[in-house]
Design a binder for this molecule. Structure first.
Ligand code: GTP
Ligand code: SPV
Ligand code: MN
Length: 619
């Protein structure tokens, strides 16, 4: 992608379409009119996704101070945004699944009846876009018209969201042209909830990051709708992402025999040129982007990136499970990303990138903890204040992010551009666990794999509001993202396994985050994770046998390639240690966790738990 220098294009010029709709689909026209009548924007801008539109919007946001242009020589075409300090992450306690019955949403989701929620939202959205422009943002999740692709439109009063949507999705006229009568599409509405004219007609000054203390992130799966109010940040505001591609899509998937998952997707080529495809579900900020961009440290292997956050999986005509990444960009965690950990990400963000809540250097570039070993001697921190290394607070917010097109990723796989998806060879479940969970283990069957996915727990991160480090259950890394009853979701996974039969991918559990008593990570992680992928692929290929433990099959002595690194023998042993007592306690907690699902709980998973207990007592 080339960087286009900043010519003088203002929003008044012939960019996108301002008043004039870019579709004659009566359903779209009626819906846009209805939302405009409710929210009362000054103007409606129909986005065409063009470079000129990008140019005009970034210029406007630079003028208002929402975007800070970065040094063109160091980070061309790139911008920094600083959010309101209270609007820095997804707000799970303000996220609702709105279905007729509470049981459909299940015990792990916040639930409201659709009519109730609409009654709550109506007064909030009434006049909420006064003084602002409402952008009509058509987008395609997957190549337009592909067999796994879905389409949607976001209405938003946030030009920052529009710019991010243009990176994160295939946004623009091609998507709008595809949305013709008879095509199913998802309706999403977003307002930052800060009108510029109040009910008395008084004009209010705009701020750099408008948002509202009151936030609602509401999914209506029955009507394929999302309504999001009060936040401009990430998964709260880029409604294609978690709201549509996971919460709404998981329900579409259940109804139509496919799966919408919080998974990275990668293509692996082994030393003899054979290719494999792996999907991996890790909770937020637990290593998906890093694994998707892995640079192998063992010779002969090649990793190419297909996706880093979301995968849609569907049994294909050949009977295998095929997967696409429905997104077109990365919304990646900045802290911890550096040349020593993720050089591919560093090379992706050379330009054309929006940074949110990172620190600004004196020469107009960006910095965050972990980008380099030593920080610059002076920075402007994520809140706009002077910062020096002796400050007792981080310069970048722990959930600061970069938004960048996937096409800038030097390892992007050709398969990303294709619409049929890749056949999966292995599915990985992971989490951030200081104890108990081995570095890698293979499930004993599909159903055991579903049990492993269902019982994942992980330490909380900065990706959501709340206490970092607290251990919580995050089944399939989908706790905040499953649009229906989690136990029914597990049943769906079990039934997909039946459909796939012998074609089902093998299922593994991994954990890069096990710690020694002294608190240090036992496994070097990052590029060295290629050693684990190597073992996984050799299991898929039947080249190695492993050794069976109560919790699954782990590498037998010598099977894990450790050439060229030194992992002390004691650490290696600890990485695979399964303490029967600690695991018995883990089983008790799993039983307690499963109990809340009552009659919805699939019997096959209770059986897996019982079988695990039996295996644990047999050792
Ligand atoms: P979301 O975008 O929130 O879904 O996160 P993600 O799952 O893509 O996580 P990401 O790859 O951005 O990693 C989050 C944090 O974990 C970063 O600070 C990484 O540096 C760190 N991390 C990733 N992989 C490893 C690893 O193998 N070992 C260790 N110790 N840390 C890792
Ligand atoms: C996550 O939290 O899993 C993310 C970031 O990928 S957000 O878009 O905010 O959901
Ligand atoms: Mn994520």
């Amino acid at each position: 992608m080339t960087v286009i220098d900043t010519p003088d294009v203002s929003l008044d010029s012939n960019v996108g379409s301002h008043g004039e709709p870019t579709t004659n689909n009566p359903e779209v026209l009626a819906w846009v009119a209805e939302v405009a009548e409710l929210t009362e924007p000054d103007y409606i801008h129909w986005c065409d996704g063009s470079q000129e539109e990008w140019q005009a919007l970034t210029e406007e946001l630079v003028a208002t101070g929402t975007l800070i242009p970065l040094n063109k020589d160091l980070r061309p075409g790139s911008f920094l945004a600083r959010s309101h300090p209270g609007d820095v992450a997804r707000v799970e306690d303000r996220t609702f699944i709105c279905t007729e019955n509470e049981a459909e949403a299940g015990p792990t989701n916040n639930w409201r009846a659709p009519a109730d929620m609409h009654a709550t939202l109506k007064p909030l959205f009434r006049g909420s876009m006064r003084g602002r422009t409402m952008y009509v943002v058509p987008f395609s999740m997957g190549p337009v018209g592909g067999p796994i692709t879905q389409v949607g439109i976001q209405l938003t009063d946030s030009p920052y969201a529009v710019l991010n949507m243009r990176i994160m999705t295939r946004m623009g006229q091609a998507a709008m042209d595809y949305i013709t009568p008879g095509i199913e599409w998802v309706r999403t509405v977003h307002s930052v909830g800060m009108p510029l004219v109040n009910d008395n007609g008084d004009v209010i000054d705009d701020v750099e990051w408008p948002c509202n203390d009151e936030k609602y992130i509401c999914q209506f799966p029955d009507t394929l709708e999302v309504w999001s109010f009060g936040s401009g940040y990430g998964g709260n505001a880029l409604l294609s992402k978690k709201c549509f591609a996971l919460r709404i899509a998981s329900v579409m998937a259940r109804n139509n025999g496919w799966l919408a998952e919080h998974m990275l997707l990668l293509k692996l080529t082994n030393p003899v040129g054979k290719t494999f495809h792996i999907a991996a579900a890790f909770p937020s900020a637990c290593g998906k982007t890093n694994l998707a961009m892995l640079r192998p440290t063992i010779p002969g292997w090649k990793v190419e990136t297909i996706g880093d956050d979301i995968a849609w999986l569907r049994p294909g005509p050949d009977g295998r499970l095929r997967a696409i990444n429905p997104e077109a960009g990365f919304f990646g965690v900045a802290p911890g990303t550096g040349y020593s950990t993720n050089p591919v990400a560093m090379d992706s963000i050379w330009g054309n990138t929006i940074f949110t809540n990172v620190a600004l250097t004196d020469d107009g570039d960006v910095w965050w903890e972990g980008m380099t070993d030593t920080p610059p001697s002076h920075l402007i921190d994520w809140q706009g204040n002077d910062w020096t290394p002796d400050a007792d607070r981080p310069a970048a917010h722990p959930n600061s992010r970069f938004t960048v097109p996937i096409t800038q990723c030097p390892t992007v796989a050709n398969e990303w551009f294709e619409s049929d998806g890749v056949p999966l060879d292995a599915i990985l479940f992971g989490g951030r666990r200081a104890t108990n969970i081995p570095l890698v283990s293979e499930s004993l069957s599909w159903n055991h794999g579903v049990f492993i996915g269902a019982s994942v727990s992980s330490e909380k991160t900065a990706a959501q509001e709340g206490t970092v480090g607290e251990l919580r259950r995050d089944p399939f890394a989908m706790l905040p993202f499953c649009g229906y009853n989690m136990a029914d979701y597990w049943s769906h996974w079990l039934s997909i396994g039946e459909t796939l039969g012998e074609h089902a991918p093998k299922v593994f559990q991994v954990n890069w985050f096990r710690k020694g008593d002294d608190g240090r990570f036992l496994w070097p992680g990052f590029g060295e994770n290629s050693r684990v992928l190597d073992w996984i692929i050799r299991r898929v290929d039947g080249e190695v046998t492993g050794r069976e433990l109560a919790v699954g099959t782990v590498p037998a002595d010598g099977e894990l390639n450790l050439d060229g690194i030194h992992v002390p023998a004691a650490d290696l042993e600890e990485l695979f240690e399964v303490d029967p007592e600690l695991w018995a306690a883990e089983c008790d907690l799993t039983e307690e966790y499963f109990a809340q699902f009552g009659a919805n709980m699939p019997e096959a998973l209770n059986e897996q738990l019982a079988a695990l207990r039996t295996r644990l007592t047999a050792v």
